[in-house]
Design a protein around this ligand. Structure first.
Ligand SMILES: *Cc1c(COP(=O)(O)O)cnc(C)c1O
Length: 410
Protein backbone atom coordinates (compact mmCIF):
# COMPACT_ATOMS: atom_id res chain seq x y z
CA UNK A 1 0.00 0.00 0.00
CA UNK A 2 1.14 3.55 -0.75
CA UNK A 3 1.92 6.04 2.03
CA UNK A 4 -0.59 8.26 3.83
CA UNK A 5 -0.35 11.34 1.59
CA UNK A 6 -0.21 9.40 -1.68
CA UNK A 7 -3.22 7.30 -0.73
CA UNK A 8 -5.31 10.31 0.26
CA UNK A 9 -4.36 12.37 -2.78
CA UNK A 10 -4.85 9.58 -5.32
CA UNK A 11 -8.01 7.84 -4.11
CA UNK A 12 -10.04 7.38 -7.29
CA UNK A 13 -13.62 8.45 -7.70
CA UNK A 14 -16.16 5.61 -7.72
CA UNK A 15 -17.00 6.51 -11.35
CA UNK A 16 -14.75 8.14 -13.92
CA UNK A 17 -15.73 11.77 -14.53
CA UNK A 18 -17.15 12.42 -18.00
CA UNK A 19 -14.71 15.35 -18.47
CA UNK A 20 -11.79 13.69 -16.70
CA UNK A 21 -11.97 16.19 -13.81
CA UNK A 22 -9.22 15.55 -11.27
CA UNK A 23 -11.43 16.50 -8.32
CA UNK A 24 -14.76 14.83 -7.78
CA UNK A 25 -17.15 17.75 -8.47
CA UNK A 26 -19.78 19.12 -6.10
CA UNK A 27 -22.98 17.26 -6.87
CA UNK A 28 -25.25 19.95 -5.48
CA UNK A 29 -28.53 18.18 -6.09
CA UNK A 30 -31.16 16.68 -3.80
CA UNK A 31 -32.24 13.85 -6.04
CA UNK A 32 -31.02 11.51 -8.82
CA UNK A 33 -33.06 10.08 -11.70
CA UNK A 34 -33.23 6.48 -12.95
CA UNK A 35 -33.60 5.25 -16.51
CA UNK A 36 -36.35 2.74 -15.64
CA UNK A 37 -38.90 1.85 -12.99
CA UNK A 38 -37.15 -1.52 -12.63
CA UNK A 39 -33.84 0.14 -11.72
CA UNK A 40 -35.40 2.46 -9.18
CA UNK A 41 -37.02 -0.58 -7.57
CA UNK A 42 -33.65 -2.38 -7.44
CA UNK A 43 -32.00 0.72 -5.89
CA UNK A 44 -34.67 1.13 -3.21
CA UNK A 45 -34.43 -2.54 -2.29
CA UNK A 46 -30.67 -2.34 -1.88
CA UNK A 47 -30.05 -4.69 -4.83
CA UNK A 48 -28.32 -2.09 -6.99
CA UNK A 49 -25.95 0.54 -5.60
CA UNK A 50 -27.08 3.94 -6.78
CA UNK A 51 -27.59 7.40 -5.33
CA UNK A 52 -31.24 8.35 -5.05
CA UNK A 53 -31.48 11.21 -2.53
CA UNK A 54 -28.69 13.31 -1.02
CA UNK A 55 -29.77 13.01 2.61
CA UNK A 56 -28.97 9.30 2.30
CA UNK A 57 -25.95 9.26 -0.04
CA UNK A 58 -24.33 11.71 -2.45
CA UNK A 59 -21.33 11.20 -4.80
CA UNK A 60 -19.26 14.10 -3.38
CA UNK A 61 -19.85 12.96 0.19
CA UNK A 62 -19.16 9.37 -0.81
CA UNK A 63 -15.79 10.37 -2.24
CA UNK A 64 -14.77 11.95 1.08
CA UNK A 65 -15.86 8.78 2.88
CA UNK A 66 -13.90 6.61 0.43
CA UNK A 67 -10.70 8.61 0.95
CA UNK A 68 -10.96 8.14 4.70
CA UNK A 69 -11.85 4.48 4.44
CA UNK A 70 -8.88 3.80 2.19
CA UNK A 71 -6.30 5.62 4.26
CA UNK A 72 -7.47 4.13 7.57
CA UNK A 73 -8.26 0.62 6.34
CA UNK A 74 -11.63 0.90 8.12
CA UNK A 75 -14.55 -1.18 6.87
CA UNK A 76 -16.69 1.91 6.49
CA UNK A 77 -17.02 5.62 7.16
CA UNK A 78 -20.03 7.86 7.51
CA UNK A 79 -19.72 11.63 6.99
CA UNK A 80 -22.21 13.81 8.90
CA UNK A 81 -23.13 17.45 9.28
CA UNK A 82 -20.96 18.07 12.40
CA UNK A 83 -18.80 16.38 15.00
CA UNK A 84 -21.70 16.53 17.46
CA UNK A 85 -23.97 14.83 14.89
CA UNK A 86 -21.38 12.04 14.56
CA UNK A 87 -21.26 11.48 18.33
CA UNK A 88 -25.03 11.71 18.81
CA UNK A 89 -25.82 9.37 15.89
CA UNK A 90 -23.29 6.82 17.09
CA UNK A 91 -24.53 6.77 20.68
CA UNK A 92 -28.17 6.57 19.57
CA UNK A 93 -27.28 3.60 17.36
CA UNK A 94 -25.59 1.58 20.11
CA UNK A 95 -27.44 2.46 23.33
CA UNK A 96 -30.95 3.03 24.60
CA UNK A 97 -32.98 3.53 27.74
CA UNK A 98 -31.45 1.77 30.73
CA UNK A 99 -28.06 1.31 29.05
CA UNK A 100 -24.92 3.11 30.14
CA UNK A 101 -21.81 4.67 28.60
CA UNK A 102 -18.52 5.08 30.44
CA UNK A 103 -16.54 8.25 29.87
CA UNK A 104 -14.58 10.88 31.81
CA UNK A 105 -15.41 14.47 32.71
CA UNK A 106 -12.55 15.65 30.51
CA UNK A 107 -14.76 16.02 27.47
CA UNK A 108 -15.46 18.60 24.80
CA UNK A 109 -18.13 20.80 26.42
CA UNK A 110 -21.02 19.97 24.10
CA UNK A 111 -20.22 16.25 24.30
CA UNK A 112 -20.46 16.51 28.06
CA UNK A 113 -23.79 18.32 27.64
CA UNK A 114 -25.04 15.63 25.27
CA UNK A 115 -24.34 12.91 27.84
CA UNK A 116 -25.23 14.87 30.96
CA UNK A 117 -28.44 16.51 29.70
CA UNK A 118 -29.80 15.45 26.32
CA UNK A 119 -29.25 11.69 26.46
CA UNK A 120 -29.89 11.52 30.20
CA UNK A 121 -33.42 12.76 29.66
CA UNK A 122 -33.99 9.78 27.32
CA UNK A 123 -32.89 7.32 29.99
CA UNK A 124 -29.23 6.77 29.09
CA UNK A 125 -26.89 6.72 32.07
CA UNK A 126 -23.36 8.11 31.87
CA UNK A 127 -20.68 6.87 34.26
CA UNK A 128 -17.59 9.00 34.75
CA UNK A 129 -14.17 7.50 35.44
CA UNK A 130 -10.53 8.46 35.46
CA UNK A 131 -9.00 6.67 32.47
CA UNK A 132 -5.65 6.43 34.22
CA UNK A 133 -7.18 3.94 36.67
CA UNK A 134 -7.93 0.62 34.95
CA UNK A 135 -9.41 -1.00 38.03
CA UNK A 136 -12.04 1.68 38.51
CA UNK A 137 -12.80 1.51 34.79
CA UNK A 138 -13.39 -2.22 34.96
CA UNK A 139 -15.55 -1.89 38.07
CA UNK A 140 -17.92 0.51 36.31
CA UNK A 141 -18.64 -1.94 33.48
CA UNK A 142 -21.80 -4.02 33.80
CA UNK A 143 -24.19 -5.91 31.51
CA UNK A 144 -25.81 -2.69 30.30
CA UNK A 145 -22.54 -0.93 29.38
CA UNK A 146 -22.70 -0.23 25.64
CA UNK A 147 -19.52 1.74 25.15
CA UNK A 148 -16.39 3.31 26.57
CA UNK A 149 -16.00 6.80 25.12
CA UNK A 150 -12.94 9.01 25.42
CA UNK A 151 -10.98 11.72 23.61
CA UNK A 152 -7.49 10.91 22.31
CA UNK A 153 -6.04 14.14 23.74
CA UNK A 154 -8.44 15.97 26.04
CA UNK A 155 -8.92 19.69 25.66
CA UNK A 156 -7.87 21.87 27.39
CA UNK A 157 -6.45 19.57 30.10
CA UNK A 158 -4.34 17.79 27.40
CA UNK A 159 -4.50 14.39 29.03
CA UNK A 160 -3.46 11.47 26.84
CA UNK A 161 -5.01 8.12 27.66
CA UNK A 162 -3.18 4.85 27.14
CA UNK A 163 -5.38 3.32 24.44
CA UNK A 164 -3.62 -0.06 24.44
CA UNK A 165 -4.37 -0.55 28.13
CA UNK A 166 -7.96 0.66 27.91
CA UNK A 167 -8.63 -1.51 24.87
CA UNK A 168 -7.50 -4.59 26.80
CA UNK A 169 -10.17 -3.92 29.42
CA UNK A 170 -12.78 -3.18 26.75
CA UNK A 171 -11.95 -6.37 24.87
CA UNK A 172 -11.97 -8.55 27.96
CA UNK A 173 -15.44 -7.27 28.89
CA UNK A 174 -16.82 -7.12 25.30
CA UNK A 175 -17.48 -3.41 25.41
CA UNK A 176 -17.18 -1.17 22.33
CA UNK A 177 -14.22 1.23 22.55
CA UNK A 178 -15.01 4.60 20.95
CA UNK A 179 -12.37 7.29 20.62
CA UNK A 180 -13.00 10.89 19.63
CA UNK A 181 -9.77 11.45 17.69
CA UNK A 182 -10.48 15.05 16.63
CA UNK A 183 -7.17 16.18 18.18
CA UNK A 184 -5.18 13.38 16.50
CA UNK A 185 -6.97 12.56 13.25
CA UNK A 186 -5.85 9.80 10.84
CA UNK A 187 -2.21 10.84 10.34
CA UNK A 188 -1.13 10.52 14.00
CA UNK A 189 -1.72 6.78 14.30
CA UNK A 190 -3.79 3.86 13.08
CA UNK A 191 -6.11 3.61 16.06
CA UNK A 192 -7.40 0.16 15.12
CA UNK A 193 -3.87 -1.12 15.80
CA UNK A 194 -4.23 0.23 19.35
CA UNK A 195 -7.50 -1.68 19.81
CA UNK A 196 -10.00 1.09 19.09
CA UNK A 197 -13.26 -0.19 17.53
CA UNK A 198 -14.91 3.03 16.35
CA UNK A 199 -13.58 6.57 15.91
CA UNK A 200 -15.56 9.80 15.78
CA UNK A 201 -13.96 12.99 14.47
CA UNK A 202 -15.05 16.59 14.19
CA UNK A 203 -13.77 17.20 10.66
CA UNK A 204 -14.50 20.89 11.28
CA UNK A 205 -11.10 21.02 12.96
CA UNK A 206 -7.93 19.61 11.37
CA UNK A 207 -9.53 17.93 8.37
CA UNK A 208 -11.52 20.85 6.91
CA UNK A 209 -8.26 22.55 5.94
CA UNK A 210 -8.38 25.88 7.71
CA UNK A 211 -11.77 25.91 9.43
CA UNK A 212 -13.64 26.16 6.16
CA UNK A 213 -16.73 24.15 7.12
CA UNK A 214 -18.49 22.10 9.80
CA UNK A 215 -18.50 18.31 9.53
CA UNK A 216 -18.17 15.03 11.39
CA UNK A 217 -17.12 11.45 10.77
CA UNK A 218 -17.86 8.02 12.16
CA UNK A 219 -15.12 5.52 11.27
CA UNK A 220 -15.85 1.86 11.94
CA UNK A 221 -12.81 -0.42 12.05
CA UNK A 222 -15.07 -3.48 11.95
CA UNK A 223 -13.38 -5.20 14.88
CA UNK A 224 -16.28 -5.50 17.33
CA UNK A 225 -18.33 -8.66 17.73
CA UNK A 226 -21.91 -7.35 17.71
CA UNK A 227 -23.43 -10.74 18.42
CA UNK A 228 -22.36 -10.22 22.07
CA UNK A 229 -25.05 -7.55 22.45
CA UNK A 230 -28.52 -9.09 22.85
CA UNK A 231 -30.28 -6.19 21.13
CA UNK A 232 -27.96 -6.51 18.11
CA UNK A 233 -27.84 -10.30 17.91
CA UNK A 234 -30.19 -10.87 14.95
CA UNK A 235 -28.65 -8.06 12.99
CA UNK A 236 -25.12 -9.30 13.77
CA UNK A 237 -25.97 -12.72 12.32
CA UNK A 238 -27.03 -11.07 9.08
CA UNK A 239 -24.52 -8.25 8.73
CA UNK A 240 -21.50 -9.38 10.78
CA UNK A 241 -18.93 -6.60 11.17
CA UNK A 242 -21.18 -4.22 9.15
CA UNK A 243 -23.91 -4.29 11.82
CA UNK A 244 -23.27 -0.77 13.13
CA UNK A 245 -22.94 0.88 9.72
CA UNK A 246 -26.04 -0.92 8.50
CA UNK A 247 -28.03 0.32 11.48
CA UNK A 248 -26.79 3.88 10.96
CA UNK A 249 -27.36 3.95 7.21
CA UNK A 250 -30.77 2.30 7.18
CA UNK A 251 -32.14 3.69 10.41
CA UNK A 252 -30.51 6.22 12.77
CA UNK A 253 -28.56 8.39 10.32
CA UNK A 254 -31.27 8.27 7.67
CA UNK A 255 -34.07 9.10 10.10
CA UNK A 256 -32.28 11.88 11.94
CA UNK A 257 -31.04 13.48 8.74
CA UNK A 258 -27.82 15.14 9.93
CA UNK A 259 -26.16 14.65 6.54
CA UNK A 260 -23.06 16.49 5.33
CA UNK A 261 -23.72 18.95 2.51
CA UNK A 262 -21.91 18.16 -0.77
CA UNK A 263 -20.30 21.63 -0.68
CA UNK A 264 -18.78 20.96 2.71
CA UNK A 265 -17.74 17.46 1.64
CA UNK A 266 -15.84 19.05 -1.26
CA UNK A 267 -14.01 21.48 1.05
CA UNK A 268 -13.13 18.70 3.46
CA UNK A 269 -11.94 16.46 0.67
CA UNK A 270 -9.53 19.24 -0.43
CA UNK A 271 -8.50 19.68 3.22
CA UNK A 272 -7.66 15.99 3.53
CA UNK A 273 -5.11 16.21 0.70
CA UNK A 274 -2.88 18.46 2.82
CA UNK A 275 -3.72 17.01 6.26
CA UNK A 276 -0.36 15.26 6.75
CA UNK A 277 1.62 18.39 5.81
CA UNK A 278 -0.45 20.64 8.06
CA UNK A 279 -0.21 18.28 11.03
CA UNK A 280 3.59 18.07 10.72
CA UNK A 281 3.92 21.86 10.52
CA UNK A 282 1.49 22.77 13.31
CA UNK A 283 2.92 20.16 15.72
CA UNK A 284 6.45 21.44 15.00
CA UNK A 285 5.32 25.04 15.60
CA UNK A 286 3.58 24.07 18.84
CA UNK A 287 6.69 22.36 20.19
CA UNK A 288 8.82 25.42 19.34
CA UNK A 289 6.36 27.76 21.06
CA UNK A 290 6.08 25.48 24.12
CA UNK A 291 9.86 25.49 24.46
CA UNK A 292 9.94 29.28 24.15
CA UNK A 293 7.16 29.77 26.73
CA UNK A 294 8.94 27.53 29.22
CA UNK A 295 11.86 29.96 29.30
CA UNK A 296 9.69 33.01 30.04
CA UNK A 297 9.60 34.30 33.61
CA UNK A 298 6.04 35.63 33.37
CA UNK A 299 4.74 32.23 32.30
CA UNK A 300 3.95 30.08 35.32
CA UNK A 301 3.37 26.72 33.75
CA UNK A 302 3.33 25.25 30.24
CA UNK A 303 1.40 22.11 29.37
CA UNK A 304 2.22 20.42 26.07
CA UNK A 305 2.32 16.62 25.72
CA UNK A 306 5.14 16.89 23.16
CA UNK A 307 7.57 18.41 25.69
CA UNK A 308 10.18 15.91 26.90
CA UNK A 309 9.43 16.61 30.57
CA UNK A 310 5.65 16.25 30.14
CA UNK A 311 4.06 13.33 31.97
CA UNK A 312 2.46 12.43 28.64
CA UNK A 313 5.64 12.41 26.55
CA UNK A 314 6.12 8.65 26.78
CA UNK A 315 2.62 7.84 25.61
CA UNK A 316 2.76 10.45 22.83
CA UNK A 317 5.93 8.75 21.59
CA UNK A 318 4.61 5.20 21.68
CA UNK A 319 1.06 5.98 20.57
CA UNK A 320 1.18 9.00 18.24
CA UNK A 321 4.62 8.73 16.59
CA UNK A 322 5.97 11.51 18.77
CA UNK A 323 3.44 14.08 17.52
CA UNK A 324 2.18 16.09 20.48
CA UNK A 325 -0.73 17.81 18.75
CA UNK A 326 -1.19 21.51 18.07
CA UNK A 327 -2.74 22.72 21.32
CA UNK A 328 -0.84 23.92 24.35
CA UNK A 329 -1.93 25.68 27.51
CA UNK A 330 -0.03 27.97 29.83
CA UNK A 331 -0.69 29.95 32.96
CA UNK A 332 -0.07 33.59 33.73
CA UNK A 333 -0.26 35.23 37.14
CA UNK A 334 -3.96 36.14 37.15
CA UNK A 335 -7.04 36.57 34.98
CA UNK A 336 -6.30 40.24 34.25
CA UNK A 337 -2.85 39.33 32.88
CA UNK A 338 -4.46 36.69 30.67
CA UNK A 339 -6.88 39.25 29.24
CA UNK A 340 -4.18 41.93 28.75
CA UNK A 341 -1.92 39.38 27.04
CA UNK A 342 -4.71 38.35 24.67
CA UNK A 343 -5.60 41.94 23.87
CA UNK A 344 -2.01 42.81 22.91
CA UNK A 345 -1.58 40.02 20.38
CA UNK A 346 -1.39 41.16 16.76
CA UNK A 347 -1.10 37.94 14.71
CA UNK A 348 -2.67 35.31 16.93
CA UNK A 349 -6.46 35.65 16.79
CA UNK A 350 -8.88 35.74 19.73
CA UNK A 351 -11.33 33.00 18.78
CA UNK A 352 -12.70 29.66 19.84
CA UNK A 353 -12.05 26.62 17.61
CA UNK A 354 -8.90 24.55 17.26
CA UNK A 355 -6.66 23.18 14.50
CA UNK A 356 -7.23 26.08 12.14
CA UNK A 357 -4.42 27.21 9.80
CA UNK A 358 -4.44 30.38 11.91
CA UNK A 359 -3.22 30.38 15.51
CA UNK A 360 -6.10 31.01 17.91
CA UNK A 361 -6.13 31.90 21.58
CA UNK A 362 -8.88 31.71 24.18
CA UNK A 363 -9.36 32.06 27.95
CA UNK A 364 -11.33 28.85 28.65
CA UNK A 365 -12.68 29.67 32.14
CA UNK A 366 -14.55 32.80 30.98
CA UNK A 367 -15.77 31.41 27.65
CA UNK A 368 -16.10 27.70 26.79
CA UNK A 369 -16.64 26.81 30.45
CA UNK A 370 -18.53 29.92 31.57
CA UNK A 371 -21.72 27.95 32.29
CA UNK A 372 -19.96 25.64 34.75
CA UNK A 373 -19.68 26.45 38.44
CA UNK A 374 -16.29 26.97 40.07
CA UNK A 375 -16.18 23.52 41.61
CA UNK A 376 -16.77 21.74 38.30
CA UNK A 377 -14.22 24.00 36.60
CA UNK A 378 -11.72 23.01 39.26
CA UNK A 379 -12.52 19.34 38.78
CA UNK A 380 -11.99 19.79 35.03
CA UNK A 381 -8.69 21.61 35.53
CA UNK A 382 -9.78 25.06 34.24
CA UNK A 383 -8.43 27.82 36.52
CA UNK A 384 -8.88 31.45 35.46
CA UNK A 385 -5.11 31.82 35.06
CA UNK A 386 -5.13 29.42 32.11
CA UNK A 387 -4.85 30.30 28.40
CA UNK A 388 -5.29 27.85 25.52
CA UNK A 389 -3.37 28.34 22.31
CA UNK A 390 -4.24 26.38 19.19
CA UNK A 391 -1.21 26.73 16.94
CA UNK A 392 -1.57 27.10 13.18
CA UNK A 393 0.82 26.72 10.26
CA UNK A 394 2.21 30.26 10.11
CA UNK A 395 5.96 30.96 10.23
CA UNK A 396 6.85 30.17 13.81
CA UNK A 397 9.27 33.11 14.22
CA UNK A 398 6.35 35.49 13.67
CA UNK A 399 4.21 33.71 16.26
CA UNK A 400 7.02 33.75 18.81
CA UNK A 401 7.62 37.45 18.17
CA UNK A 402 3.90 38.17 18.67
CA UNK A 403 3.87 36.27 21.98
CA UNK A 404 7.14 37.81 23.12
CA UNK A 405 5.87 41.34 22.43
CA UNK A 406 2.59 40.76 24.31
CA UNK A 407 4.39 39.20 27.30
CA UNK A 408 6.88 42.07 27.35
CA UNK A 409 4.10 44.59 27.82
CA UNK A 410 2.53 42.84 30.83
C1 LIG B 1 -15.23 20.46 18.11
C2 LIG B 1 -15.26 19.13 18.74
C3 LIG B 1 -16.41 18.34 18.70
C4 LIG B 1 -17.70 18.81 18.05
O1 LIG B 1 -17.54 19.00 16.69
P1 LIG B 1 -18.45 20.04 15.83
O2 LIG B 1 -17.97 19.80 14.46
O3 LIG B 1 -18.20 21.40 16.35
O4 LIG B 1 -19.87 19.62 16.04
C5 LIG B 1 -16.35 17.10 19.31
N1 LIG B 1 -15.24 16.65 19.92
C6 LIG B 1 -14.13 17.39 19.98
C7 LIG B 1 -12.92 16.83 20.66
C8 LIG B 1 -14.10 18.65 19.41
O5 LIG B 1 -12.97 19.39 19.48
Amino acid sequence: MTGFNTTIIHTQATKKDVYGALHVPIYGCASFEFDSAENIELAFNGKKLAHSYSRITNPTVEHLENKIRKVTGAIGTLALSSGMAAIANLILAIAGKGDNIITSKYLFGNTYGLFDKTLKSWGLETRYVNFANMQSLEKKIDKRTRGIFLESITNPALQVADLRKISQVAKKRNVLLIVDSTATPLYFAKLQELGVNVEVISSTKYISGGATSIGGLIIDHGTFDWSQIAAMYDSARKFGPNTLLHKLRTEVFRNIGACLSPHNAYLQSLGLDTLGLRIEKSCRNTLDIAQFLKKQQKVKQVNYPGLKDSENFQIITSQFNGLGGSILTFKLDNKQDCFSFMNKLGIIRRATNIHDNKSLIIHPASTIFCEYDDELKKEMGIPDTLLRLSVGIEDVEDLIEDISMALGEL
